[in-house]
Design a protein around this ligand. Sequence first.
Ligand SMILES: *Cc1c(COP(=O)(O)O)cnc(C)c1O
Length: 361
Amino acid sequence: MSRVYNFSAGPATLPEEVLQEAAQEMLDYKGTGMSVMEMSHRSKAFQSIIDTAEADLRDLLGIPENYKVLFLQGGASQQFAMVPMNLMKHRVADYIVTGQWAKKAFSEAKLYGTANAVASSADKTFSYIPDCSDLPIDEDADYVYICENNTIYGTKFWKLPNTKGKILVADQSSCFLSEPVDVTKYGLIFAGAQKNVGPAGTVIVIIREDLIREDVLEGTPTMLRYKTHADAGSLYNTPPTYGIYICGKVFQWLKRRGGLAAMKEYNEKKAKILYDFLDQSKLFKGTVVKEDRSLMNVPFVTGNEELDAQFVKEAKEAGFENLKGHRTVGGMRASIYNAMPMEGVEKLVAFMDAFEKKNGK
Ligand SMILES: *Cc1c(COP(=O)(O)O)cnc(C)c1O
């Protein structure tokens, strides 16, 4: 068996320990004689899996009691519709457009009401986070929406926007559990699992209880109402059972690692190795303004498309996978989520250094 360093933006690398545990439990989960995949979602064993996952997540993030945790399906993209369907009571919402995912959420919201783009960084290819200290927030806005970490462009909101009292909704897919978060600052957080916590298809929603309403937009399907899932403890229908099980294992792994404060420290050190290299390199350049850099997704370029392609190819041959940038951006991107070990980044940087020297810089 040989494992590569997988820098994919998602589905992304998972902790080896978690995969090994799952492998050991594949045929017989804790004496049940079956795999978690084959198990009834109404069984005692599965109830314990989902309860433990929720308790560990609450513990990690310090989720207050007046917030519900939901394990849903449909990925993060489903939330682009669920958020307006459930929260757009006055049919107005303000969106901060900082990349492709925010743009998609913004377009989706327009299907349900008036969505305003109150700030955008499209003018400079989303390479920065706009100043959000004094935005023209609509008086009737039901919420203000951000994509907190922009997976494709590698930017991160290090300061949350001033929503002028409106509810903040955040897509945290690619920074979820990478650092401690003050949940009380948000009305709703969602995260697709496949970036930092588990298999694709599972999406985690953390929602303040008063936002779980009966009076959702007319025509909202039962399955797309937060209330349906909150009332049923995420077991209204068959949830993504195996995904929840793996997420639960990742939560336990994070606790063993010392929790989110320790994770943040580790992630900062890890990202610094790569950013420090980029800042002194004569060949490679980061594409994001320094103060808005993500700790999770690091895009960079050589400035020469052919050389970019050659780098990606040679890196792959050396065991560094999925370094090609997003198809809309080009260049390279190293996604260095929680599960990417320090060693992976150190080796990548050594490889980049050698590539630079070989190419005469
Ligand atoms: C990947 C990603 C999505 C889309 O996730 P799906 O599960 O494929 O719907 C949405 N938002 C962000 C920030 C992402 O990184």
